[in-house]
Design a protein around this ligand. Structure first.
Ligand code: ZN
Length: 260
């Protein structure tokens, strides 16, 4: 009985103590870089509008703490964006973009996360899997503890640790994409086309799980019109917010839940 109460206490304290999730929002482009431009709609502006709305949703909820890489229409390099996220020590990074394609019929959202490990690093993936708890979820807290004093570690050991961290980050990013896709209320694509992997700079250079969302196609007249409307912007910002809530709830419950 005492053991049962002890376990209950640990579980309860885990929920009570769950920290706010620090989300870094990155409105793509800005300043001289206007991004895609179709039908009088500018990508840089849309990205910023949606990011600001999402920022409001997140910061009005004590479970989250959000920051924007840019609050205005300014130039910002890709390095500055990822560096900002790393310096802020974010738990999640979300870059917002709008797509364009030479076929005007292309439409719908796309969620990108960083590429998987190359095949020769499969072994590291398996080693990482061995360290999971029996429910299949990595037991370590996110973010993984930075290794402050690593001078004494051999370079090959450091490289293995870094690979494990990368692998873990990719798995969390993939789960994030699933949740965001699940809650998306805007124009959609069939699931297998909605979640993709690509080595985008910003999502590959941050030290936290990351997604880049292409919120729709500006080259599609209907989507350009939607993305330009405050009502639709609110709708998709809310969708992302809801996806983030589910992601956080799942992460917070991870010691007792199976995500796989
Ligand atoms: Zn873009």
């Amino acid at each position: 009985m005492i053991q049962f109460l002890f376990v209950l206490l640990i579980l309860t304290s885990h929920f009570v103590m769950a920290k706010p999730m620090k989300v870094i929002l990155d409105p793509g482009h800005g300043g001289e870089d206007r991004g895609a431009e179709y039908f009088g709609v500018t990508e840089a502006k849309i990205n910023l509008e949606v990011a600001k709305l999402l920022n409001e949703y997140l910061n009005s909820d004590q479970r989250f703490q959000a920051y924007l890489t840019r609050y205005k229409d300014i130039n910002l390099t890709l390095e500055e964006r990822s560096e900002f996220a790393n310096t802020k020590n974010g738990d999640l990074f979300i870059s917002l973009h709008a797509n364009a394609f030479n076929q005007s019929l292309a439409k719908g959202v796309e969620f990108y996360f960083q590429n998987q490990l190359p095949p020769d690093e499969e072994v590291l993936y398996l080693a990482n899997k061995e360290n999971e708890n029996k429910n299949g979820f990595v037991t370590s807290d996110w973010p993984l503890e930075p290794i402050a004093d690593h001078d004494h570690l051999k370079p090959e050991v450091m490289s293995i640790i870094q690979d494990l961290q990368l692998n873990s980050r990719i798995r969390f990013s993939s789960q994030l994409a699933e949740f965001l896709n699940m809650h998306w209320k805007g124009i959609t694509r069939p699931k297998k086309h909605a979640i993709k992997q690509a080595p985008f700079h910003v999502i590959s250079h941050v030290m936290m799980p990351a997604n880049l969302i292409e919120m729709g196609y500006l080259s599609n007249k209907k989507e350009a019109h939607n993305l330009n409307s405050p009502k639709y912007q609110k709708k998709i910002a809310k969708s992302i917010f809801e996806g983030l809530i589910k992601y956080k709830e799942t992460i917070d419950k991870s010691p007792v839940n199976d995500l796989n």
